[in-house]
Design a protein around this ligand. Structure first.
Ligand SMILES: *[C@@H]1O[C@H](CO)[C@@H](O)[C@H](O)[C@H]1NC(C)=O
Ligand SMILES: *[C@@H]1O[C@H](CO)[C@@H](O)[C@H](O)[C@H]1NC(C)=O
Ligand SMILES: *[C@@H]1O[C@H](CO)[C@@H](O)[C@H](O)[C@H]1NC(C)=O
Ligand SMILES: *[C@@H]1O[C@H](CO)[C@@H](O)[C@H](O)[C@H]1NC(C)=O
Ligand SMILES: *[C@@H]1O[C@H](CO)[C@@H](O)[C@H](O)[C@H]1NC(C)=O
Length: 415
């Protein structure tokens, strides 16, 4: 008697609970069950319903991600999802909100899927990262630590866009200005006459690199206090994370050309003077970059390499970000990147990435007309650097070579 009655109560309560669940989730489930959530949509998107409510980066089934989205609405009001148009319409900011959100509701229709070759390329790069992180023959400082052990200040290269659910780790000298511009456009943090700036190229250089334009992980402390780490982890799990890399030696050449062959007062005072004093027998180098260039003095590429190899350099301060190793900037063994772009294939990768992020209707990657430092110049540049120094330099950057699949430059190292 007692048990059957208990059973009936359970059935009734259970049904009531199910009905409640169905009522709560009906809209979400009904709307999103029609298509599969995969980071790279394999088929023509024409069959899918147009609106994209939130970035679908997780590989969980859609029902679970809907619950996530539902929970997120309570956790973080105002971040993440574009507001439902029906809701914004009722407030009087509706017009402005409407204007701002319309572009994201449009769906760029692609008649062709992302080329299999491009998807395979990403698959390979991600797999390589995993293998190298697991391979004990690849050793570098900080490799084994957990995400929690990474000091806050080392997370300053991770730019977060909550609007689209994107995290970008910027690596200086790897098209980072243009990707920062895109992050500014996407986050709509720059207003031009009251409306968000949409044209990446219209954003001035100084603004692009002004850290106040970007919401980076190291700023989470200010905003979220003791919840910061937890939130970072939630975002790292849900958002699409990407970075762009290039051949490490070519990146160094590019950094040298940009910072020491061009007149740059800041870099002259902070670094060039040190190099001239230490390696060029110039106990009193010219006081300003203008004077130095006027008399034709600047550190050579070989001095720059000497500076990188000098143990004193990192004792004074960590490498400047323009030559700091990518593994130190982006923590590829703690953060599972969804997309690894290479500068050598920048245009294809950019198009693929913007499509994967589902923002290719909002921004285009600015095509660069600048003369990129080419890897074919490598042997010329390194001709003044002793082979022994080249080998040491390779050791210093070897993790970057291996993690991102760049071949050991044998011709430089085996002379
Ligand atoms: C909304 O704002 C507009 C001006 O932007 C104003 O003309 C209109 O009366 C407002 N509507 C409501 C319902 O407050
Ligand atoms: C680790 O890398 C070395 C090459 O340095 C390779 O020979 C070895 O097979 C790798 N180990 C694993 C488990 O992949
Ligand atoms: C990381 O851990 C592996 C074993 O799991 C160990 O062989 C290796 O020496 C450690 N590396 C560092 C840098 O601590
Ligand atoms: C960055 O921007 C902020 C405000 O927009 C400004 O106060 C600051 O001076 C800028 N910093 C630099 C280095 O330009
Ligand atoms: C690019 O570099 C090549 C080789 O140094 C040079 O011949 C060419 O004029 C450069 N182009 C531009 C636009 O600077």
């Amino acid at each position: 008697m007692g048990t059957s009655r208990m059973f009936r109560i359970f059935v009734v309560l259970g049904s009531a609970f199910m009905i409640l669940l169905i009522i709560i989730y009906w809209d979400d489930v009904g709307a999103s069950h029609l298509y599969l959530h995969t980071p790279v949509s394999p088929g023509p998107k024409i069959l899918h319903p147009p609106p994209q409510q939130r970035p679908q980066t997780s590989r969980t089934p859609s029902f679970l991600s809907d619950i996530d989205a539902f929970v997120n609405q309570f956790l973080e009001p105002g971040t993440g999802e574009p507001t439902d148009p029906a809701l914004t319409d009722t407030s009087n900011q509706s017009e402005k909100a409407e204007e701002r959100y319309i572009p994201r509701r449009e769906w760029k229709i692609h008649l062709t899927p992302v080329a299999a070759e491009l998807r395979e390329r990403q698959e390979q790069r991600r797999r390589l990262l995993q293998e190298m992180c697991a391979n004990d023959s690849v050793v570098f400082p900080g490799k084994n630590r957990s995400f929690d052990d990474i000091p806050n200040k080392e997370l300053d290269h991770l730019i977060v866009d909550d609007r689209h659910g994107i995290i970008y780790c910027y690596v200086p000298k790897v098209a980072c200005s243009n990707w920062k511009r895109i992050m500014i456009v996407l986050s709509e943090s720059l207003l031009q006459d009251g409306v968000p700036q949409r044209d990446p190229l219209a954003i001035h250089r100084d603004l692009v690199h002004n850290s106040s334009m970007h919401f980076t992980f190291n700023k989470f402390w200010k905003r979220y206090g003791k919840f910061a780490r937890h939130l970072m982890k939630v975002k790292l799990k849900k958002y699409t994370k990407f970075l762009f890399v290039r051949d490490p030696f070519v990146r160094l050449i590019s950094a040298y050309r940009n910072k020491f062959e061009l007149q740059n007062e800041d870099f002259y005072r902070r670094f060039a003077q040190v190099m001239l004093r230490r390696y060029a027998n110039q106990p009193t180098p010219p006081a300003s970059v203008d004077e130095a260039f006027a008399v034709g003095i600047h550190p050579s590429f070989s001095h720059f390499i000497q500076y990188l190899l000098d143990p004193q350099t990192e004792k004074d301060m960590p490498f400047n970000e323009h030559w700091r190793q990518v593994y130190r900037l982006c923590h590829p063994c703690q953060i599972q990147y969804d997309f690894v772009g290479h500068l050598e294939t920048a245009e294809e990768d950019a198009e693929h990435l913007l499509r994967q992020l589902r923002v290719d209707n909002v921004v285009e990657f600015p095509t660069s007309h600048r003369n990129l430092t080419a890897s074919s110049w490598e042997s010329d540049w390194f001709s003044t650097v002793p082979v022994e120094a080249r080998r040491e330099l390779y050791k210093l950057y070897e993790p970057d070579f291996r993690l991102f699949g760049y071949d050991r430059p044998d011709s430089l190292l085996n002379e």
